[in-house]
Design a protein around this ligand. Structure first.
Ligand SMILES: Cc1cc2nc3c(=O)[nH]c(=O)nc-3n(C[C@H](O)[C@H](O)[C@H](O)COP(=O)(O)O)c2cc1C
Length: 198
């Protein structure tokens, strides 16, 4: 079985966003591993309107072309890492919208979170875990939380990789993601095989 393919979804799109830094850092860390492959997926490349389909994509194909492109992209992956900015104690609207705009592509795949903000994006990450469960994503226990002071140092040019405890936490998160990604990939393949045989 090919190694699981993980999307690192940048969950904010505003000009001057911080989100590029955690995405690049976790990608570099992930690329050191041999058990998973990683790609960065930027929501700026999927400029979807605020959800305006008649029904959920779980029930009918979306009419919006960008939404269909987004759904096809999500379907390529075996797991997800979301960078989680915190806007007013919640996930960003653009990330919630992107989560709403896909359905089948999330099901039975693991999700991990790299939060950042005043309390490391913890409030946004906790809400994302609840949303993930409804989408039948499987959130892993460990998340990364980048605190405000660290964000400021990173904005001033310090590489996130220089914070050893962040690397340790992220590696623990990636270990959990790898285990679940492999287990769920095998389980999805077994389901598909069974469905074909029926
Ligand atoms: C609309 C808005 C609301 C915010 N609310 C919070 C918040 O509730 N908690 C927090 O820790 N940071 C908050 N911030 C600060 C963000 O943590 C900070 O701007 C961060 O860089 C946002 O991520 P981004 O740069 O990738 O967009 C807010 C920022 C914006 C733009």
């Amino acid at each position: 079985m090919a190694k699981p393919k993980i999307a690192i979804v940048i969950g904010s799109t505003r000009p001057g966003r911080f989100g590029d830094k955690p995405a690049a850092w976790i990608k570099a860390l992930g690329d050191k591993r041999s058990d998973l492959s990683f790609e960065v997926v930027d929501l700026r490349d999927y400029p979807m309107p605020l959800f305006d389909e008649e029904v959920s994509p779980a029930w009918a194909p979306s009419k919006n072309e960008v939404a269909r492109k987004w759904q096809d992209k999500i379907a390529e992956y075996d797991g997800f890492i979301f960078t989680a900015a915190e806007y007013n104690h919640a996930p960003t609207g653009v990330l919630k919208n992107a989560l709403d705009y896909a359905a089948a592509g999330w099901v039975n795949k693991p999700a991990a979170f790299v939060g950042y903000g005043g309390v490391g994006g913890a409030r946004a990450v906790e809400q994302l875990r609840l949303i993930a469960i409804e989408l039948q994503l499987a959130p892993v226990k460990t998340a990364v939380h980048i605190m405000w002071s660290v964000m400021m140092e990173a904005r001033d040019g310090k590489d996130l990789a220089e914070f050893g405890y962040l690397n340790d936490g992220a590696n623990g998160m990636l270990d959990q993601l790898a285990w679940l990604a492999n287990a769920l990939k095998a389980a999805r393949a077994a389901d598909e095989k069974e469905a074909k045989a029926a």
